[in-house]
Design a binder for this molecule. Structure first.
Ligand code: AMP
Length: 305
């Protein structure tokens, strides 16, 4: 094993400092672990574009609303280290909330509300609405990770579309690092890879394939000229209307101009965003509608004459 696996943010800070002193550029990949091909794609990209790449593995309690969701979240640090090592990642670090926010926690072990960062308007609506406080937690830990590692570039996935906007704005406001957004890695069924997929029963995993089908229907409609938000949402909703699939939202936004609700202006690009619960597991996905859908749909039935 050649990767440096560091147990505290303090050790990571020192490693990154020495790395900078040696003149090496650094790419950081923040993760919550249970690493899969989606995460590894980000790390590979960081390795391509920097002299060194490091990943953080921290299941950040600040961004979880439901305690049960936080408890259920899969964790396997040793397996994560081995995966990162196998692709040549230089360093991985983890730590506890206490270590990340040394001397800042209250007696109950939480970060006081006035220490949380408030993200920009990109946090409004959708995830910001369904997971109240989520983006405050994300912005607060991402800012701390940026501060610990001082990377040249930081890599995030388009899988968490709204998060990618929030962290890009955060990085812009603090003057770095450069944020690189990487494409969504999918399973053969089209299901976006996610650590949460591990929590799905086999039957629910099959069901979850309808998310990529719904995105593909919306993409087909968009590419055939449909521009009405309602009609595009109708495509999504119809494909997601399946037993065992509980819809939180299925909607469309203009990716070049975030709005908490659907765009009320004419938009030239569109992103469809979906959040559902299947078997108690919350899954999100999205797709830029100008691109072919994540799955190939059977040809549309000819209207009967
Ligand atoms: P997480 O561990 O879920 O917080 O994810 C860490 C990073 O990996 C985030 O920037 C995610 O957007 C990204 N990511 C997660 N799943 C995927 C995927 N299927 N494809 C691309 N990036 C992903």
């Amino acid at each position: 094993m050649t990767i440096e696996a560091l147990g505290t943010p303090g050790q990571a800070r020192e490693w990154c400092r020495l790395s900078r002193e040696a003149g090496a550029s650094l790419g950081l990949v923040p993760t919550m672990g249970a690493l899969h091909e989606g995460h590894l794609g980000l790390v590979r990209r960081a390795l391509e574009e920097n002299d060194r790449a490091c990943a953080s593995v921290f299941v950040n309690p600040l961004q979880f609303g439901e305690a049960s969701d936080l408890e259920k979240y899969p964790r396997d640090f040793e397996a994560d280290v081995a995966r990162l090592d196998s692709i040549g990642c230089h360093m991985v670090f983890t730590g506890t909330l206490e270590q990340f926010f040394e001397g800042e926690l209250d007696r109950g072990g939480s970060l006081p509300a006035d220490r949380l960062l408030h993200p920009g308007p990109q946090a409004l609506g959708l995830e910001g609405e369904f997971r109240s406080g989520h983006f405050e937690g994300v912005a607060t830990i991402v800012d701390r990770l940026f501060e610990v590692a001082s990377p040249d570039r930081a890599y995030f996935g388009q899988k968490d579309f709204q998060q990618s906007l929030v962290v890009s704005e955060l990085a812009r406001a603090r003057g770095g690092p450069r944020v690189v957004i990487c494409p969504i890695a999918r399973e053969p069924s089209g299901l976006a890879r996610s650590s949460r997929n591990e929590l799905l029963e086999p039957r629910d995993r099959e069901r979850a394939a309808c998310i990529a089908v719904a995105l593909s229907h919306a993409a087909r409609a968009w590419r055939s000229g449909v521009r009405s938000v309602e009609a595009l949402e109708g495509e999504l909703a119809a494909a997601l209307d399946r037993p065992g699939v509980e819809l939180e939202y299925a909607t469309v936004r203009d990716p070049s101009r975030w709005s908490p609700g659907g765009p009320t202006w004419e938009f030239e690009e569109a992103v469809a965003l979906v959040a559902v619960r299947i078997g108690g597991v919350r899954l999100i996905d999205n797709h830029l509608l100008g691109e072919p859908g994540p799955v190939t749909l059977p040809p549309a039935a000819e209207p009967r004459g």
